[in-house]
Design a protein around this ligand. Sequence first.
Ligand code: GLA
Length: 392
Amino acid sequence: MNIQELKRIFFNLYGNQDQVPHIYFAPGRVNLIGEHTDYNGGFVLPCALQFGTYLLIRKRDDHFLKLASTNFEEKFEYDQSKGYVKQAGQWINYPLGIFSQFADLNVVLPGFDMLFSGDIPNSAGLSSSASIEMVMAYALASLLNVTSLQMTDLINMAKRSENEFIGLNCGIMDMFAVGMGSADHAIFLNCLTLEYKRIPFILSGYKLIISNTNKRRGLADSKYNERVNECREAVDAIAPHFPVKHLGEVGFMQFYKFQEVIKDEKVRRRARHVISENQRVLNAVASLQKNDILQFGALMNASHESLRDNYEVTGIELDTLVEESQKINGVVGSRMTGAGFGGCTVSIVRDDAVDKFIREVGDNYKRKTGLDASFYIAEVSDGPKEIINDTL
Ligand code: GLA
């Protein structure tokens, strides 16, 4: 990202070159394994990416928020004295939701000039929304010197904003991965207790490749909320026999004893996914610690199978991309990542197979779906930061 160019756009929009804006960055994320487990109080293993959201921000003397983005046409001027109200279908809801979280803490909020710029592939399920929320939260805490707020507080504020202001019942994984990102580490998180550990994730001899189906994720939000409700139904069926509040608390062996109490076959399959996926995360962490990348890859493949057959959140594009990836000699594992219904897959590919992977998977995917896939080589990166030296 060219920071000088962003500064030029900022001054074109807001003038007054004497007052330079602060510049912040928060990454996007990719989940390695542990899908649809976060809102079930289970385990996840995501990492932060080199792509993310830049925010150029400068205080104003009044209480207006001026918002622009290099990714969207619309610019906004928002009067904070009217409170924080969700705007129909607009990107500014992500920063606005964070302002409302700070207002709820009685932080006195001045006006700001803001320019956002993201290089996370659009609608790819790599958490561009959590990245915007976290860059906003981090910038406000830092600029307004709210030292009482730790990173975990900012993460919780971003989650509350997504749940209450945006209206998506997502779990905490995305914000946590963005907020706690660390170069060359995956984040092993218990979403119930928020205990976490950074696990070294250095793929010597392999690359982590993100492949984008470029399929629009239509209806994804309503299907997502439907899965959240199905998991609640599963808990309601299990709870009278076995006192749990979340599927993540149910062990793999326990589930096999109790599964018949879930009468609805579909709901039972949803629970089977969550509970088996939870166990796969534990096994995946153990295999990383033993540096057993082949076992790690086998767990990724098993995760995809369960998301396809038990959780039913894949679809023809994701399944084709994964099948074609798994066919390539040198691919140790491949699975969908994120919410599903489109978006991206993640694959571990031996260095010498990367070119062939991109060429053949791209061709075969195009032949079978008519769509062009995009490929990105992931670099596992750090969490939010202020950019002081802007020669980036
Ligand atoms: C989306 C949500 C996350 C998580 C994943 C599925 O990315 O935002 O909270 O539930 O789907 O694992």
